[in-house]
Write a protein that binds this ligand. Structure first.
Ligand code: GTR
Length: 424
């Protein structure tokens, strides 16, 4: 699957110069927080819209949601809520699956993330609606003829340790990415893009949103709902890989996300494009022509022409807590490029008066560092694992825990079997 021309040799990484986050495109230096917020940050956000992810619209006026199901889960330790969000009077809708620790009163900090194969894959809970929409074929995950079968229930529960998350006093919300826009190149006929076409329009313009933009927009629509739910407090957004690119873009565009996590987001996510290590802009645009805006193709084999690099995407999260995670065998995502991007975003955090990334060198494998920016490179390959979650929960404790832990309930400790228990 990975092309034979990918570079995995550090010596072949070309010399490059990163655009300075604290210098305007016209050369003017940024010396204080107010000028960053009023001038440089909007400039960088606009560069990403124009050249990488495309402009995205706001919510539609006729959007609405309904609670479709509620019940107890995890042997009474959680409450489950399923919400259908209608983006418009007609057209596609998305289902949010929400688990909230039982016995909590008032808002609890919450993780939200998109999933790859339907909400029913995150936990073997028979009450979760089986997703009826198109999915990428993956027989091992019980997807047959591009549709989920009951065999796919819980198939990705190792990525979503719901019991551990609940036990730590956090809620979890997830949405199937394909509810928002199916992950294939169809010229943007399905998914949410057509909801915004003007009379006669058949495709977004070259600087308008692709599928990653649509997914990020969907996360903001989930946020619209979450803000209305009295059980939900601060919201951290996370995602793996293409959905990690998405969590970063959602966090950059929507300041309501209080904490942002990139789990092995790689090219077009946290990794520096100019390094051309592992996946490159040309590779990604050729394999996934629908992910980015059409303008991004100008930078195939021309990374140095970009007026930005991915460290500036990370800088757009500042001063909110940001976690970047890599895996040592996941060379395609360029772990070092992800670390260097986090390090290059650090000066913006410092300018805004908080600590940034407390690491001068790339940390050793399985040795996380956590400041206002967190980073780890863990053992193993491309995935979202219990180890990753354990760091994110610690990081969230560090930054979102001004709120008291839920009362009236003794939370069980993590038991390693999490996510696999049938619901009551
Ligand atoms: C790969 C793609 C990566 C990453 C990954 C994933 O095929 O090249 O950029 O997004 O898919 O999403 O798992």
């Amino acid at each position: 699957m990975e092309p034979t021309d990918a570079n995995y040799d550090e010596d072949q990484v070309p010399a490059y110069t990163l655009p300075d986050p604290l210098v305007m495109a016209n050369g003017e230096p940024i010396a204080d927080a107010a000028t960053w917020t009023q001038k440089r940050r909007p400039e960088i956000l606009q560069l990403f819209k124009t050249h990488v992810y495309g402009e995205m619209p706001g919510p539609l006026a006729d959007a609405r949601w309904e609670i479709t199901e509620e019940g107890q889960a995890l042997a009474g330790r959680a409450r489950r809520r399923q919400i259908r969000v209608h983006f418009a009077a007609d057209g596609p809708c998305m289902d949010i699956l929400l688990y909230i620790p039982a016995g909590t009163q008032g808002p609890v900090p919450t993780f939200v993330g998109l999933n790859f194969f339907g909400n029913h894959t995150v936990l073997r809970d028979p009450n979760i609606h089986l997703n009826p929409n198109w999915m990428r074929p993956e027989r091992k995950n019980g997807i047959v003829d591009n549709r989920a079968t009951p065999d796919s229930r819980g198939c990705l529960s190792h990525r979503w340790p719901v019991a551990d998350i609940i036990a730590r006093g956090y809620a979890l919300a997830t949405v199937y990415s394909g509810d928002i826009d199916p992950d294939y190149d169809d010229g943007y006929h399905n998914g949410v893009h057509p909801l915004f076409y003007k009379e006669g329009q058949t495709r977004p313009g070259p600087d308008q949103w692709g599928t990653i933009g649509a997914w990020a927009w969907g996360l903001s629509r989930a946020m619209d709902y979450l803000q209305s739910d009295a059980d939900i407090g601060d919201v951290a957004v996370l995602g793996l890989s293409r959905l990690g690119k998405t969590s970063l873009w959602a966090g950059a565009c929507d300041p309501r996300f209080a904490l942002v996590i990139s789990n092995e987001s790689g090219c077009g996510g946290a990794a520096l494009s100019r390094r051309r290590y592992g996946e490159t802009i040309r590779h990604i645009n050729e394999s996934f022509p629908h992910w980015f805006c059409d303008n991004f193709r100008r930078y195939n084999d021309a990374e140095d022409d970009l007026p930005l690099d991915q460290h500036l995407l990370l800088a757009l999260i500042a001063p909110r807590p940001l976690y970047v995670a890599s895996a040592v065998e996941d060379r395609w995502c360029d772990p070092r490029g992800e670390f260097l991007a986090a390090q290059a975003a650090d000066p913006v955090y410092r300018l805004l008066g908080c600590d940034g990334l407390p690491a001068d060198e790339m940390p050793a494998v399985d040795q996380p560092v956590q400041g206002r920016i967190g980073y780890h490179i863990r053992s193993g390959g491309h995935d979202l694992t219990a180890y990753d979650w354990s760091q994110y929960l610690d990081f969230a404790d560090l930054h979102l825990r001004e709120r008291p832990m839920p009362t009236g309930q003794d939370f069980p400790t993590a038991d390693g079997e999490s996510g696999l228990e049938p619901a009551l």
